[in-house]
Design a protein around this ligand. Structure first.
Ligand SMILES: [Mg+2]
Length: 259
C-alpha cells in the first residue's frame, strides 16, 4: 500500500484523522439501523486517538448512534453532519435548531404513512432520512415526495446513497464540521475518509486547509454507488470498510499502536 499516512506520521501530535461512518467504517446494509463497523474499527480509532492530535467520526447518523457503535472518550463524534456532537458522554445539539425538531417529527410521521413499508424512514432529531435501498424502484417517487415535503416544511432535500435526507436549512455539513475541528485542534496534517456525495464537502474543506498550509490526505471509498467526483479527487482510493480499517491499522502500527 502507498505511504498515504506519511503526512500524519511526520508530526502525529498535530495530525488529525477523520472518517465517515456508513460505507466507510461500516458496510452498507439493507436496514440502516443494522449497520455496524467492521471488526477492529473502533479499537483502531481508539488507538489512533491516543497517538494523534485528533481523531473523529463525522456522519449523517445521530450522534447517539455513533456513540453506541464507535464511542470512546478520546474519539470526537459529530452526528447529523455536525448538528450534534458528544461531550462528556452526552449528545449535545450544535446551533439553534430546536425549531426544526417539530418539522422533522411531522415529516417522518407522514413519510412512514405515505411511502409504504418498503421505504425505511430513519428519524433524526432535526431531520429525516428516507432509504429506498430495499425498494430501488421507488427512487423517483421517494425523491419527488421529499421535494414536496421540502417545499411544505422548509427542510432541504439532500440525496445520498439509495436515500434522500431532509435536513434543516441552516449552515452545516461535513466540510464545515471538519474544517472547524481541524482549526480548533491546530492541526497541520489532516486526513478524511468518505464514500458518498456528502463527503465531497469534506474534501472541499481539506482543500481550504491545504490552501492554509496544512498537509491533507483525501481518502475515497469505492463502491458501485461511489460519486465519480469523490474518487477523482481522492489521493487514495480504498475498496470498502475492511480496507479502510486496514489502512488505519497501518497508521496505528507506524505510530507504535501495535496490531
Ligand atoms: Mg457514508
Amino acid at each position: 500500500m502507498s505511504q498515504w499516512f506519511a503526512p500524519l506520521a511526520a508530526n502525529p501530535a498535530q495530525a488529525g484523522l477523520f472518517t465517515d461512518f456508513d460505507g466507510t467504517l461500516a458496510p452498507i446494509v439493507d436496514a440502516p439501523e443494522e449497520a455496524r463497523p467492521v471488526r477492529g474499527a473502533a479499537q483502531t480509532l481508539t488507538i489512533l486517538a491516543e497517538r494523534l492530535g485528533r481523531v473523529g467520526v463525522i456522519s449523517g447518523r445521530p450522534a447517539a448512534f455513533l456513540l453506541r457503535h464507535v464511542g470512546a472518550p478520546k474519539i470526537g463524534l459529530w452526528g447529523l453532519h455536525g448538528l450534534e456532537t458528544v461531550e462528556g458522554g452526552q449528545v449535545v445539539s450544535v446551533g439553534a435548531t430546536e425549531e426544526w425538531r417539530a418539522a422533522a417529527v411531522a415529516t417522518a410521521g407522514r413519510a412512514a404513512q405515505e411511502l409504504g413499508p418498503a421505504v425505511d424512514v430513519e428519524r433524526k432529531s432535526q431531520g429525516v432520512t428516507l432509504h429506498y435501498r430495499r425498494a430501488p424502484a421507488e427512487a423517483e417517487r421517494v425523491r419527488a415526495w421529499a421535494e414536496a415535503a421540502a417545499g411544505a416544511t422548509g427542510l432541504v432535500p439532500c440525496p445520498a446513497r439509495m436515500s434522500v435526507e431532509l435536513r434543516p436549512p441552516i449552515p452545516h455539513g461535513k466540510g464545515q464540521t471538519l474544517e472547524a475541528a481541524a482549526r480548533e485542534a491546530g492541526l497541520s496534517a489532516v486526513a478524511f475518509a468518505g464514500d458518498d456525495v456528502g463527503d465531497v464537502a469534506a474534501f472541499d474543506a481539506l482543500d481550504r486547509l491545504a490552501a492554509g498550509g496544512a498537509a491533507v490526505v483525501r481518502i475515497g471509498v469505492n463502491s458501485e454507488e461511489a460519486p465519480p467526483e469523490l474518487l477523482a479527487r481522492a489521493d487514495l482510493v480504498l475498496d470498502g470498510p475492511d480496507e479502510v480499517v486496514a489502512a488505519f491499522r497501518e497508521l496505528a502500527s507506524v505510530l507504535g499502536g501495535g496490531r
